[in-house]
Design a protein around this ligand. Structure first.
Ligand code: FE
Length: 230
């Protein structure tokens, strides 16, 4: 029952089906999620029923918005960022995030030269206190094997293309150590509040299979609006 090796099995024949929702009321984010889900389903990363269950859990319990607050704080506070990189567990506890599967949290920073990506090749180890439960694809055999063997191909499946000269570093989680990626702060966000910045931080950007949303119109902020409306 050995598993066949999978040297280059991602197809290029575009046989995945598309769910056409012309005229729907879906938000841009929802459309993006639907598109990504379609790709992941077609490629066998996820099972639809399991995905629904996970999403429900994410919507009702602890989830990646916790990690987004950590990232946003690190973007605006250099001292906090230094503490976060030195001792992730202690630094996220400063924001009251702690608990099982986060006892030994290591935060790895994306830079101009390095992109970090997290996997658990053995099973599904994941930093629960800051990201909630892992998405189904994170636990899937294809992701776990391919993330290490061909990280750039996996990133491409997630819609992420990196410069050729950027190093991709893959961190293999263990029962002892969990990883959180500190993504790069998007350009054009100078002066944004932590809350505004946190809105740009996606779950996948903290796993390394994505990057933060690009800064577009600055979202409303009470304090900011107060100052601007003079
Ligand atoms: Fe694991």
């Amino acid at each position: 029952m050995t598993q066949p090796t999978r040297p280059h099995d991602h197809d290029h024949n575009h046989d995945h089906h598309h769910d056409h929702d012309h005229g729907s009321e879906l938000s841009e984010a929802a459309i993006r999620v639907r598109a990504l889900e379609t790709v992941l389903l077609a490629k066998g990363y996820v099972n639809a029923d399991a995905l629904d269950l996970i999403v429900e859990t994410y919507e009702t319990k602890i989830g990646p918005r916790c990690g987004a607050q950590v990232v946003a704080r690190a973007w605006v506070d250099a001292d906090y960022k230094a503490r976060l990189l030195a001792n992730g567990t202690a630094a996220v506890a400063e924001l009251s995030f702690s608990g099982r599967q986060g006892e030994h949290l290591k935060v790895v920073e994306n830079t101009e030269g390095v992109h970090n990506m997290v996997v658990c090749t053995l099973c599904s180890c994941y930093p629960w206190p800051v990201l909630g439960l892992p998405p189904v694809w994170y636990k899937s055999a294809p992701y776990r094997s391919r993330a290490v063997l061909e990280p750039r191909a996996v990133l491409a499946d997630f819609g992420v293309t990196l410069p050729a000269d950027k190093t991709v570093r893959v961190w293999d989680s263990t029962a002892e150590i969990r990883y959180l990626v500190l993504p790069q702060r998007p350009a054009g966000t100078e002066g944004w509040s932590e809350a505004q910045l946190a809105e740009l931080v996606t779950r996948d950007s903290m796993i390394g299979t994505g990057v933060p949303k690009a800064a577009q119109a600055r979202p409303p902020d009470d304090a900011q609006a107060h100052g601007a409306n003079t």
